[in-house]
Write a protein that binds this ligand. Structure first.
Ligand SMILES: Nc1ncnc2c1ncn2[C@@H]1O[C@H](COP(=O)(O)OP(=O)(O)OP(=O)(O)O)[C@@H](O)[C@H]1O
Length: 305
C-alpha cells in the first residue's frame, strides 16, 4: 500500500561519485522539492567519518526518508545508517555502476528517479552482515574485488574506466583458494571470483545471480571456478545474457549463513568499496532489515505503510 507523498527528506550527496558534477543535480533536487512542497536538507559526504556524522544528524532530526545521491558506496553508507530502522532509503543513482538501484528497477535518470518521492512506496529487503559490516548489495572476493580496488585507487570514475581496469587485470589474474561452509552445501577449491549477494547484477549489468530474490530470506554465493582464458568471452556473454548458471565454470550455493576461508587472503570488496575482510569471513542474513523506496510498478512489502 502506498502512503501519501513524503514531506521531510534528507539527501546524502557524494560530490565525487560517478564523475558527475553535483551542483546542477542539487539544484534540480531543490527545485523538485520546492515545487512539491517537500521539506529537505542536504548532507554532503567527505569520505571521512561519514557514517558517524550521518548517524549523529539522524539522531538530532527525524526524516521520513533518506536518499543516497551517489553510487553503491553511498547507498552502503546510507543503508548502514538506517539498518533495522523503519526509515526508508531512497536512491538517486549518481555513481559509476549503481548496481543496487538497477536491481530495484529505480529509474536511472534524475527527473524520473525523483518521482519516487511522490509515490512513497516501500519494500523491506534482506541485507547481509559480512564480518559485522553491512552489505546492501554485493560482496566479492577475487577478480572483481581486485578490479574494484584498482579502480578506486585510480583518478578516473565512470563505467568506461571500470571496464578498462578489468581488461588490464584479466590476463594476469590467478585464481585463489577458498573454503566455503554453509547451511546448504560446501565448496573447497580455487575460484576466479566468489560473489556473495542477495541481488542479481553488478552495476555494469553483468548478472552474476540471475535467480536471486532480494527479500526471500536467502542469499547466494556465486562461484566462478578457474577457466581457460579462451573461455573468458563465453563467460562474459553468459553474464550479460542472464545465463551464467548454465556455465560449466559456475557454482551457486543458496543459503542463510556461511563461513568463507579466504586462505590466500585475496582482495575483497563490499558494495563497491575495497575492504580487508581478513582470512575468515562470517556472513549472516539480516531478513527484511532495510526499507527501500521503490518505483510504483514493483511490489511493496505487504506489511509496509
Ligand atoms: N567528498 C569526498 N571526497 C572523496 N571521496 C569521497 C567523498 N565522499 C565520499 N567519498 C568516497 O566515495 C566512495 C563511494 O563512492 P560511490 O560508490 O558512491 O560512487 P562510485 O564509486 O562512483 O559508484 P559505484 O559504486 O556505483 O560504482 C567511498 O569510498 C567514499 O569514501
Amino acid at each position: 500500500m502506498a502512503a501519501s507523498k513524503l514531506a521531510n527528506v534528507l539527501f546524502v550527496v557524494n560530490p565525487i561519485s560517478g564523475d558527475i558534477e553535483k551542483g546542477s543535480v542539487n539544484e534540480t533536487i531543490q527545485e523538485f522539492c520546492l515545487q512539491n512542497r517537500i521539506n529537505f536538507a542536504f548532507f554532503e559526504t567527505t569520505g571521512e567519518n561519514d557514517l558517524a556524522n550521518l548517524k549523529a544528524i539522524l539522531k538530532q532530526e527525524s526524516y521520513q526518508a533518506v536518499f543516497s545521491v551517489g553510487g553503491d558506496g553511498t547507498s552502503h553508507l546510507v543503508g548502514s545508517a538506517l539498518i533495522h530502522s523503519s526509515t526508508p532509503m531512497g536512491i538517486i543513482p549518481m555513481g559509476s555502476g549503481n548496481g543496487l538501484s538497477k536491481d530495484l528497477g529505480i529509474p536511472q535518470e534524475l527527473d524520473d528517479a525523483l518521482g519516487i518521492l511522490l509515490q512513497n512506496q516501500v519494500k523491506a529487503i534482506d541485507t547481509l552482515s559480512v564480518n559485522n559490516e553491512i552489505c546492501v548489495h554485493l560482496t566479492d572476493l577475487g577478480f572483481n574485488a581486485l578490479v574494484v580496488k584498482k579502480f578506486s585507487e585510480g583518478e578516473k570514475r565512470g563505467a568506461t574506466s571500470y571496464a578498462f581496469v578489468a581488461m588490464q587485470e584479466y590476463l594476469s589474474y590467478e585464481p585463489k583458494l577458498f573454503t566455503i561452509e554453509t547451511d546448504n552445501g560446501n565448496f573447497k577449491g580455487r575460484a576466479f571470483m566468489v560473489t556473495i549477494t542477495n541481488a542479481n547484477a553488478f552495476g555494469s549489468n553483468a548478472t552474476i545471480n540471475p535467480s536471486g530474490i532480494i527479500d526471500d530470506g536467502k542469499f547466494e554465493i556465486c562461484i566462478i571456478e578457474p577457466f581457460p582464458k579462451t573461455s573468458g568471452l563465453q563467460i562474459l556473454y553468459r553474464l550479460y545474457n542472464d545465463s551464467i548458471e548454465a556455465s560449466d565454470y559456475s557454482r551457486l550455493i543458496s543459503c542463510r549463513q556461511a563461513e568463507i576461508y579466504n586462505t590466500e587472503q585475496d582482495v575483497s570488496q563490499v558494495d563497491g568499496e575495497p575492504m580487508d575482510l581478513g582470512e575468515k569471513i562470517t556472513i549472516k542474513l539480516l531478513p527484511k532489515s532495510l526499507h527501500l523506496l521503490i518505483p510504483k510498478q514493483m511490489q511493496a512489502s505487504e506489511d509496509e505503510y
